[in-house]
Design a protein around this ligand. Structure first.
Ligand SMILES: NC(=O)c1ccc[n+]([C@@H]2O[C@H](COP(=O)([O-])OP(=O)(O)OC[C@H]3O[C@@H](n4cnc5c(N)ncnc54)[C@H](OP(=O)(O)O)[C@@H]3O)[C@@H](O)[C@H]2O)c1
Length: 317
């Protein structure tokens, strides 16, 4: 199998690349700004806004599957630079889908639980999205491009992603108003014997179904291997609160829970836009379709701890 991957130098994308390579897939990745480190791939600098360039790069790679992981990971600019954000999210996705169609490739879009408004409870794959901020809206628009335009399209929603960045030593952000990166930030602080405040507030993402990047990437690989189409929830099998996840992380990583604090976020960290409160996902239909077991939160953290060894003192996984 051959794959053409965008965003393969990023957090989720580097896990996708690593799992594809581990399964013997030949990977061609696109470069944006960060130089790639994975020598087992071929790479080219392609501007995803340039439709003919995308089409010719995909045609040359002749992939069976295109995995679109790239994202402008700067939530503030999504509302302040609306035209640029639309181009980066929606126009680029259209170019990627059209190129995949022209080459007869399946296309898999990595999406998010933030397409939901946070009031829907555990959302299964059929739940209609209702985004409440620019990021959710743009991801939903990307999803519609894939759903309506791709000849063979799949939407792989990941949520609250924790894990190792497989292309560089650090994650894009520390604790934020979502669930991603929370465990890493907490473990680093507590291993350094520093107190860590787990954010608790009504206007941030307080309940979610965490994912482990490597496991989500394996589910994406499985979608590719099966040539599956439709919506998939590529996450863990258990919804948790921030407080619950923090407590479990202390147990699994043997950390001193006494160092945990619970309090409001730094006001500077709060975005101007609304954040969905409960984005928990129900992924049982995905698990059945892909023939995989969903790790509960404890198992997910145990896998993360195993990936982290030998344990750094304060370093990033
Ligand atoms: N992390 C999470 O918790 C989480 C949760 C839900 C969904 N997701 C989804 O996962 C996907 C990847 O997110 P991530 O956390 O891995 O982000 P990330 O670490 O910031 O990686 C983003 C990747 O996209 C590339 N990129 C940025 N702007 C680009 C552009 N204009 N054209 C081409 N490539 C561009 C980046 O390259 P450069 O570094 O060179 O700019 C990088 O390779 C996204 O679809 C996101 O919606 C993530």
């Amino acid at each position: 199998m051959r794959a053409w991957v965008t965003g393969g130098t990023g957090f989720v994308g580097s896990n996708v690349v690593a799992e594809l390579l581990a399964a013997g897939v030949a990977v061609h990745g696109t470069i944006h700004r960060t130089p790639p480190t994975e020598a087992a791939c071929t790479w080219s600098a392609v501007d995803l806004a340039d439709a003919p360039a995308v089409r010719s790069d995909v045609a040359e790679a002749a992939p069976d599957v295109v995995v679109h992981c790239a994202i402008r990971n700067d939530l503030v600019s999504l509302s302040t630079d609306r035209r640029g954000a639309w181009a980066d999210f929606v126009d680029a996705t259209r170019n990627v889908v059209d190129a995949a169609n022209a080459s007869g490739a399946q296309v898999i879009l990595v999406s998010t639980d933030w397409v939901f408004d946070g009031t829907q409870g555990p959302a299964d794959e059929t739940e209609p999205p209702r985004p409440i901020n620019s990021y959710g809206l743009l991801k939903f628009a990307q999803e519609r491009v894939v759903a309506e335009r791709a000849h063979r399209g799949a939407i792989a929603r990941v949520s609250g992603v924790n894990g190792r960045h497989r292309a560089c030593g650090s994650l894009p952000r520390a604790q934020d108003v979502g669930f991603g990166y929370l465990v890493t930030a907490l473990v680093e602080a507590l291993r350094a014997r520093q107190p860590f405040t787990v954010w608790v507030a009504q206007d941030i993402n307080m309940v979610a179904t965490p994912s482990l990047a490597s496991e989500s990437a394996r589910m994406i690989l499985r979608i590719a291997q099966l040539g599956a189409t439709g919506v998939f929830h590529c996450c863990g099998g258990q919804a948790v609160t921030r407080r619950g996840l923090a407590g479990l992380a202390c147990e699994v990583f043997d950390l001193d829970e006494e160092l945990l604090r619970f309090g409001p976020p730094d006001p500077d960290a709060l975005p101007a836009e609304m954040v969905p409160y409960d984005t928990s996902l129900d992924a049982r239909a995905t698990a059945a379709a892909l023939g995989v077991e969903l790790p509960d939160a404890r198992r997910l953290l145990s896998l993360l701890r195993a990936q982290w060894s030998p344990a750094p003192t304060g370093g990033t996984p």
